[in-house]
Design a protein. Structure first.
Length: 385
């Protein structure tokens, strides 16, 4: 299988949130939605199901579950009991229910994916946000700070691995430390692992596989939405080994979810049954090259620095040395490039933007050309004064 990831696909006028829902005519480098065609095996599976012509109740959810189980065994060398796999329409509704299942307040490290930061409102609870440790643009969980901030009312520790937005792929040792912290304070660990197949260096370790405690005190959430670029075909899964926690989770979901969407399940099954393996490898290779290009370009632009990305197709860019008070608005207005605003990821996001490099390289190049030109123009005006 050979895919042309350089192909430019016109997504305008397709009710696409990334291109049509951004409030203006910008190069969209924001929401985590890639500008690539999805894998041919998924398209084939959808076409085959569409040709049947009847869409009554039911679907191949159990077949998809077995594909997920086999995928975890082949990819991560971990055993998953099919009973552990629970349907969710997508990761964030699952995270909402997981937080309700754990009870109590939430604690997590910032910067943090903006929708995770909405979980306290959605789950009707409170939150403690703890800044990550950062040295030379390398980010780590700050366990000393977590120890100082956790309270008796805290019930859930939320992880995101690979991390959005800083692109960390946590090591097994870091995850063991996370499990030890959560175990000490009797916290349920809710781990968003939706980017787990987008590892550009290192190795992903599913949280539930870290040790026996992690297996029995966690809810792991994932889907094919990112790796297969099918977020508008929502079907995800929660891996919940502990039967009591699984029972509570299902009770929280009772009556909320209808029958899984039959087309979404077909796409999910195709994404995990092995037929997309070669396409995924080609995608990750292309993204790695995009990452390398992006980091080299950013290093040559005065005032900007890119956090080295280990996983995801998202890069956290430090704009603080540009002197811009609001880099997001500056790049949107002066460069006509829309990033994500770092402020949405927590207080430590002041002076940062997040860029999505999951796009044809020509698009990435044009966006960075515009950014460089806009900053050069700003500097010329300052020098003139």
């Amino acid at each position: 299988m050979s895919t042309d990831f350089d192909q430019i696909i016109n997504r305008k006028g397709t009710s696409c949130a990334k291109w049509d829902g951004q409030g203006g005519d910008y190069i969209p480098m924001w929401v985590a939605d890639m500008d690539f065609l999805t894998a041919p095996p998924i398209l084939d599976a959808l076409e085959n199901r569409l040709s049947h012509g009847v869409f009554g109740y039911g679907g191949r959810w159990q077949d998809a579950v077995l594909s997920v189980v086999n995928h975890y065994k082949k990819t991560y060398q971990v055993e998953v009991d099919p009973e552990w796999v629970v349907y969710i329409p997508s990761v964030m509704p699952g995270a909402n229910l997981a937080c309700r299942t754990g009870g109590g307040g939430l604690i997590y490290c910032t910067p943090m994916y903006s929708h995770i930061r909405r979980l306290p409102q959605e789950a009707h609870t409170h939150v403690t946000e703890v800044p990550m440790k950062e040295k030379n643009l390398f980010y780590e969980m700050d366990f000393d700070a977590l120890e100082n901030k956790v309270t008796e009312d805290t019930g859930v520790f939320v992880l995101c691995n690979p991390h959005n937005p800083v692109g960390r792929v946590y090591t097994r040792e870091e995850l063991e430390q996370a499990a030890a912290f959560a175990g000490k304070h009797d916290l349920l660990v809710v781990c968003d692992e939706i980017h787990c197949e987008l590892v550009l260096e290192g190795k992903h370790t599913p949280f539930f596989s870290v040790n026996e405690w992690a297996q029995q005190n966690s809810i792991t959430l994932s889907s094919a939405g990112k790796i297969a670029n099918i977020p508008s075909l929502p079907a995800g899964f929660a891996i919940i080994p502990n039967p009591e926690i699984r029972k509570k989770f299902k009770e929280q979901a009772l009556g909320l979810f209808s029958t899984p969407n039959v087309l979404a399940v077909e796409a999910l099954d195709a994404a995990y049954n092995g037929s997309c393996r070669e396409w995924k490898e080609e995608l990750v290779s292309y993204l790695r090259e995009n990452r390398d290009y992006l980091e080299k370009r950013i290093s040559r632009i005065d005032g900007l620095a890119a956090v080295h990305n280990q996983g995801t197709y998202l890069t956290w860019i430090d704009c603080r040395k540009t002197g811009l008070k609001d880099p997001f608005t500056f790049f949107k207005e002066k460069a006509k490039v829309r990033f994500n605003d770092g402020k949405d990821y927590g207080a430590v996001g002041e002076g940062f933007v997040r860029i999505n490099f999951g796009c044809p390289r020509a698009q990435l190049c044009e966006a960075l050309d515009r950014v460089e030109k806009a900053l050069a123009g700003k500097k010329e005006k300052e020098d003139f004064r």
